[in-house]
Design a protein around this ligand. Structure first.
Ligand SMILES: [Zn+2]
Length: 507
């Protein structure tokens, strides 16, 4: 490998020196001359992945979010700018067939602002919370507000309710039923509130009212003031959007390479409505983009297809659409799928998808264990320990897994807490979320842990270079003719929750 590498470098040098200027030299590895490009090698591709280029993309992604209220949710201006940017850079290489695969899906977004004493509090909104402006004194609801009897008459009041024991929607409906003009729920643990949903209206307990989700400390501060006899007046400013949106997956396939053995790598291009999504999943999107742009300097044996999924955050909508629309023949031609969703978490762990299922009891389709071994070997060789990520259905690998395509991938962790062992292995803080800005406004440029991001992007390059040259060990046996994707059986509501932290659901 080393020998071949230096031979190729020498060859490139000799050839380059026959050109008059640097521009001509660049043309040697540019578009239009695929036959003269060197065959891709793991070292060759990995070496081209640089943090400065990743960061330059990140600046762009962040600026796109500013086009639409600070987020890149599917179908928004910020998201549209994201996918146009990806397509433009890929088109420029001349190396890929790039297409938009367009579909329509219902979009729902709620925003809430809570203001007390002229101060805006850290607030999250619940999906299906109605829009409206309410100003009223806060009244405390007993217990955790899971029984109608916990609610006094609340006419002209905003109900203050503790999280836990039953779902958010029941609490807000009870508050509405008791006559409240608004409802505030505060967390029962010491973590920032993340998004949640009230569940689709309507409910027998009462009407939904404008609502807000706040931190435990803020809720408890109100309670002590009220218990001391003070009147605390709050204002809720809530907006709600519900509309069908058209959006697209970006699909880029190398013009060269064997299209009967396609290597597919994916990341989702959309963010949650709550924030710019630089780690989730800007990091994966930019990671595969940088690998794709550099792969264009090489020759491949197998075709490589990079896909940027849309509407992942609404329940794997883009990846489901793609897999569902593959013919049996096309499905058979996909050799394997690699998923990269969150690869730059600020308190990162290094997780490899558990292809053989020996750590999580959920194996991927046959061949997935080969992908797992490749990544574990990669990190071993860089003296980085690896944890196991589970094929639990919360990202775009799932439709591929469902139809029997060998799958794998990497991630650095979402809202879960890093263990003591994890902190020993990877540094960072035990007992703190891998990404404390998961699905929040603060998933911005500062939230990217560039060391982890660069390492994982290099690991992507390593895997793409490996499989672009051969898929030894990956079975190419005919796949079962299953067409049923797990995600298709879920309701809109359940799908929306697929990509949430499940500890946010009710308790
Ligand atoms: Zn994600």
């Amino acid at each position: 490998m080393k020998l071949r590498q230096s031979f190729l470098s020498a060859l490139t040098l000799v050839l380059a020196s026959t050109f008059v200027n640097a521009q001509d030299a660049a043309a040697l590895t540019g578009p239009g001359l695929p036959s003269r490009k060197p065959a891709v090698t793991t070292d060759g591709l990995e070496r081209l992945i640089s943090r400065s280029k990743l960061l330059a993309h990140a600046e762009q992604f962040f600026s796109f979010a500013q086009l639409s209220n600070g987020n890149r949710a599917f179908g928004s201006k910020g998201h549209e700018a994201t996918i146009q940017y990806i397509k433009r850079l890929l088109d420029r290489t001349g190396y890929y067939d790039v297409e938009f695969q367009t579909f329509t899906y219902p979009y729902a977004e709620s925003r809430s602002q809570l203001t007390v004493d002229g101060k805006d509090l850290l607030t999250q909104a619940f999906t299906y919370s109605p829009g409206g402006d309410v100003t009223a004194p806060i009244a405390i609801v007993s217990n955790v507000g899971c029984e109608a009897s916990d609610y006094p008459t609340l006419t002209g009041k905003i109900a203050l309710i503790k999280r836990g024991d039953c779902d958010f929607g029941l609490k807000v409906a009870y508050a509405g039923g008791a006559g409240a003009s608004g409802a505030i729920i505060y967390t029962n643990v010491d973590t920032a509130p993340s998004g949640g949903t009230l569940g689709q209206p309507s409910r027998p307990e009462g009407p939904y009212v404008p609502s807000a989700f706040i931190h435990k400390a803020d809720g408890e501060a109100f309670i002590s003031r009220i218990n001391a006899g003070e009147e605390v007046v709050a204002s809720i400013h809530a907006t709600a959007i519900s509309e069908d949106r058209s959006t697209s997956n970006v699909i880029a396939t190398t013009k060269q390479g064997d299209r009967d053995n396609i290597i597919v790598a994916g990341a989702h291009s959309d963010s949650v409505p709550a924030g710019p999504g630089l780690n989730d999943d800007g990091s994966g999107s930019m990671g595969i983009l940088e690998v794709a742009l550099n792969l264009a300097k090489f020759k491949v044996k197998n075709a490589v297809r990079f896909i940027w999924w849309s509407a992942e955050e609404f329940g794997l909508v883009g990846s489901e659409y793609y897999v569902e629309h593959l013919s049996d023949e096309e499905r058979q031609k996909i050799a394997l799928y690699l998923n990269f969703d969150m690869i730059a978490s600020p308190n990162a762990g290094f997780f490899v998808f558990d292809g053989d299922g020996n750590a999580t009891d959920i194996p991927g389709p046959a061949g997935s264990e080969v992908i797992e071994t490749l990544y574990r070997g990669y990190f071993d060789s860089h003296n980085i320990r690896t944890g196991s990520a589970v094929f639990g259905g919360s990202s775009d690998y799932q439709p591929f897994v469902d139809v029997g395509i060998p799958s794998g991938g990497l991630m650095t962790g979402a809202g879960g807490l890093k263990t003591a062992e994890g902190a020993e292995w990877w540094g960072g803080e035990a007992g703190v979320a891998y990404d404390r800005c998961y699905h929040q406004l603060c998933d911005n440029l500062e939230n990217l842990f560039v060391d982890a991001w660069e390492r994982n992007s290099k690991a992507i390059a390593y895997s793409i270079a490996t499989y672009a040259q051969g898929i030894e060990g990956i079975p190419r046996t005919p796949r079962p003719p299953t067409r049923t994707l797990r995600v298709s059986k879920l309701s809109y509501e359940q799908r929306l929750h697929l990509t949430c932290d499940h500890d946010d659901d009710a308790a």
